[in-house]
Design a protein around this ligand. Structure first.
Ligand code: AMP
Length: 587
């Protein structure tokens, strides 16, 4: 039998850890000190772009590689901090020349190409808000998000533009400028758009970062709701303080590291830890443009001597599926920390890490709204496989039970189970859902931000993920709102009603499964199922579309008319149906 705890000892670590004494550091920690550590004595402006890049120009870090880009064809391009400073200045000047300024929104829809990284940092320097979109989104999720965020500029590639944006242009009234990245390095010449490479060539490479305050909006990250439209979580420049501190404590970043965050920058992890955090620490990041491939990943880890690796449970399970033999063809002597986030990490995956990579996987927890890692198994901490770890310094986590009337009761017993809540006050906490004040306010009770996740705390203060308190679906680490999927299914002429759930899946956590009832005159059939799957995939994109569709005569609804997804799920899984007293009729 495997032990319940993997013992760690700071003395045995190759690099002395930033967080050797969890208890002491938590007691000493103050966010104001973290700010000083990052920004120096200056307490005025706080511009993430300047802190990430320009700040290093006065030190030896300027000659260090900031990003090592690996193309799909394996071509390698190293960009130093000095070069990144020039490129991001050029992009800031491009925005300035277009008249795009502070607080206005740049949407980015692109693969992991160098232009995306340059644009994100350049825009931040210009005070322009960056709103990343996942390149596997279909036209509908792109349209909704750009409409909510009132995107004035869109940066995308020529092929993504043609496939996903051209058809919805008429529905994006705020959009004024479209900057295109040529496919395979070519120039673009598409009417109504601008060629990015040409604009960059014409722009000057010096720029003084706009003196944004910590409370200026920096990033918009979209996240899904169980009902209604997606939500645009507002993040501010002060979040950089949390990115800096958490990547110090949870990822243990040191200047000499080769860091690889495999998350796509279309999601919050890929931006916070794939772009901003490593730059704040002056480390080198590996960026691979290609999609997951087990052998490629092992090869990249070995060849580029990755020392700190931040990845996700689905990716780890896919590596596990590929078999240990494949991994044994490679060696990872430089690897010293492997961390993972986004969905529950099975204990077997933690042990697999030890067997195959020589290190356990360190699970950590956070979400779009928290802006940075909150709970983690840190490098010097004993690991309990299956647990998310303990709150980082500066993070005050509790478990609560919601009460009638909107308040919460805090569950103070050492061992408890309830909704995970965080005391407000850390710098990367979201500052609102753009244009949805009510939904934002509902996330708080008194001093606490309520996460919507259920968790358990054990006697030693480790937190264990129990489940979501709502109907949101986590598939391959991506949060999917059932409502968005239901809406698109309902557009189909055959569909009368649709209910969408997450169906447990051993590889990707959950797959999106839809239940539909049909309008009179339509009959359930395999060709109709294929047609519906195709429709959903075309509109929503592969990352969001359902993988399975089942036909039902009617869907269970509450008396107030809401589809009972919980019941659909219980029936799908053969679980007890729970309280069905609000169920309408004999569904
Ligand atoms: P997102 O906002 O898309 O980053 O998704 C955040 C959600 O992912 C959290 O609220 C959790 O439900 C889930 N999640 C993140 N990290 C973990 C983890 N380590 N274990 C279990 N669930 C996680």
């Amino acid at each position: 039998m495997r032990p319940r705890v993997i013992r760690k000892s700071p003395q045995n670590l190759r690099v002395p850890p930033h967080l050797a004494d969890w208890k002491g550091e938590r007691a000493r920690f103050a966010w104001s000190d973290a700010r000083k550590e990052l920004t120096g004595a200056a307490q005025g402006d706080l511009n993430t772009g300047r802190l990430a890049v320009d700040r290093h120009l006065a030190t030896a870090v300027r000659e260090r590689v900031a990003f090592r880009f690996i193309g799909r064809n394996d071509a390698r391009r190293d960009v130093t901090y000095a070069e990144l400073a020039r490129q991001t200045n050029r992009f800031a000047n491009v925005l300035k020349r277009l008249g795009v300024g502070r607080g206005e929104r740049l949407f980015i829809l692109a693969g992991r190409v160098p232009e995306l990284y340059t644009a994100a940092i350049g825009a931040l320097k210009n005070g322009t808000v960056v709103a990343p979109l996942f390149s596997a989104f279909g036209p509908e999720p792109i349209r909704t998000r750009m409409a909510i965020g009132e995107g004035r500029v869109l940066l995308t590639s020529e092929s993504l533009f043609r496939r996903k944006v051209a058809g919805i242009l008429g529905q994006l009234p705020a959009l004024e400028h479209i900057l295109l990245i040529g496919d395979d390095g070519s120039r673009t010449d598409v009417p109504g758009t601008l060629d990015l490479a040409t604009l960059m060539e014409q722009a000057a490479d010096d720029f003084e970062a706009v003196p944004t305050s910590g409370e200026d909006m920096a990033l918009l990250h979209f996240t899904s709701g169980t009902s209604g439209a997606p939500k645009a979580a507002v993040h501010v420049h002060a979040a950089a303080i949390a990115h800096y501190a958490t990547s110090k404590y949870a990822l243990d970043l040191h200047g000499q590291d080769m860091f690889w965050c495999t998350a796509d920058p279309g999601w919050v992890t890929g931006t916070s830890y794939g772009i901003i955090a490593p730059l704040l620490h002056g480390v080198t990041s590996l960026v691979d443009e290609a999609d997951f491939d087990a052998e490629r990943w092992y090869r990249l880890l070995q060849e580029h001597r990755v020392s700190v690796w931040y990845t996700a449970p689905t990716a780890i399970r896919m590596l596990m599926k590929g078999g240990a033999e494949l991994a044994r063809k490679y060696r990872f002597p430089d690897l010293r920390l492997v961390a993972s986030v986004g969905e529950p990490l099975n204990p077997e995956a933690v042990w697999w890490g030890i067997e195959v990579l020589g290190l356990p996987i360190h699970d950590n927890w956070w979400q779009t709204e928290t802006g940075a890692i909150m709970i983690a198994n840190t490098v010097a901490m004993d690991i309990k496989p299956g647990s998310m770890g303990k709150p980082l310094p500066g993070i005050d986590a509790s478990l609560v039970r919601r009460c009638e009337g909107g308040g919460v009761e805090r569950l103070d017993a050492a061992e408890a189970e309830g909704e995970l809540a965080l005391r407000v006050g850390w710098p990367s906490m979201f500052r609102g859902y753009l244009g949805q004040e009510d939904r934002y306010r509902k996330c708080f009770a008194g001093d606490y931000y309520l996460t919507g996740d259920l968790a358990r705390r054990d006697a030693e203060g480790y937190y264990w993920f129990v489940g979501r308190a709502d109907d949101l679906i986590k598939s391959a680490g991506h949060l999917i709102g059932p409502f968005e999927v239901e809406n698109v299914l309902m557009e189909h002429p055959a569909v009368a009603e649709a209910g969408v759930i997450g169906k447990p899946d051993p590889l990707v956590g959950e797959v999106v499964k839809a239940f539909v009832s049909l309008k009179p005159g339509f009959g359930a059939s395999d060709p109709l199922r294929m047609d519906l799957l195709g429709h959903a995939r075309k509109r929503l994109g592969a990352a969001v579309a359902p993988k399975e569709i089942a036909f039902l005569a009617t869907l269970p609804r509450t008396r107030s008319g809401k589809i009972m997804r919980r019941l659909l799920k219980a029936r799908e899984l053969g679980l007890p149906e729970g309280d069905t007293s609000t169920l309408e009729g004999p569904a």
